[in-house]
Ligand binder design. Sequence first.
Ligand SMILES: [Zn+2]
Ligand SMILES: [Zn+2]
Length: 422
Amino acid sequence: MTAPDHPILLCHDCGAPHALPPVSPGHRAECHRCGAVLRHFRTGGLGQAVALAIASTILFVTANLFPILTFELEGRAQTATLLSGSVALWDGGYEVLGVLVFFVLFLAPLAQVLGTLYVVMPLAAGRTAAPGAAWTFRTVARLRRWAMAEVFLLGLIVAYVKLSDLAELEPGASLAALVAFILVQVWGEASLSPFEVWERIAPQTRVTQAAAADPERLTACHDCHQVVAGSDGACPRCGARLHHRKPNSLPRGWALISAATILYIPANLLPIMTVVYFGAGQPDTILSGVEALIAAEMWPVALLVFFASITVPVLKLIGLAYLLWTVQRGSPKRQRDRTRLYRLIEGVGRWSMVDIFMISLLAALVQLGAIATIHAEIGAVAFAAVVIITMLASESFDPRLIWDAPPRRAQRQDSSMIDAHD
Ligand SMILES: [Zn+2]
Ligand SMILES: [Zn+2]
């Protein structure tokens, strides 16, 4: 386990110690215990990452310069840019939603591309890391889940389908730029190895042989994965606070799940938006929106909205409660499956924002005075809160707790824990 040539690393999902040799082309290294990908060979190198980050920046600016959709009805036209939805929500009296959409659709993606460029450009040129590179790269990684351009695109498709019955819709130049931005972002992420970037910012300092012999006492930095003996103070590489496990994972998780469960009720009972068409209209709840799509025989979109807005939040809440409960009981069963469940919950959470983006676009596009208007309603705030709070709950959960021996019963269950690993 402690081959002297390779630095020790701890699996980010289960905490198992590994001494990994470099990963060869076309291969990846997986954790033997939980199956997490520890290292992935990236072909592109830092030069390609810089090129893609520059392309991303240009595409993101272009995506914000021109209209994204134009809506025409009864000879009147209304255009929306990427940020119109945020402005419409703010103007409609839902400032908190306006700020949320601005953050996930503009600030977070922009900070991601610019932050990556700032960190990777000097490294690719063979120079030393830029000032504050560690802090910047850490922040970029933490912002990843909050940058939701691709979820917005899905919201745009739903808005398009909903409006296509009502009126003429014209895609704008910025829509193509947005799609290209999303694709280049995915490509950029697939070609950049965070491990390599961290090694270039500052090579990992190795723990001593004596410390490596006792992996229980080792702590891995949550942000840069530097392994340290003990669990106090700041990470010597990136400066983040070190914790052996995320602090207060269980009480925080329970508190957030409870809050989201309570808010889920008004999110579904109260209207999320009102559509007024030639003076007549009524408020829509999430469910009545799905029913309207079914009535219009738009099955794929109806299923998509039902899944993203109704099923996913419930499954997330049940899944997280199950994880917290089994960890609390110190259950040694199905650890690998529970770790998979955690990854699934982490991955799907953001997609529930589809309805919020859809409302923001409709509110921006359909402002045609006496002919037709659409505006957000209070249910949308409750629903957005459910999505954000469940995302925070899964973020605060530490999957390594699934694999930790329960403190009081550790001795008794040690043998069964080992049996249950595979
Ligand atoms: Zn693992
Ligand atoms: Zn660190």
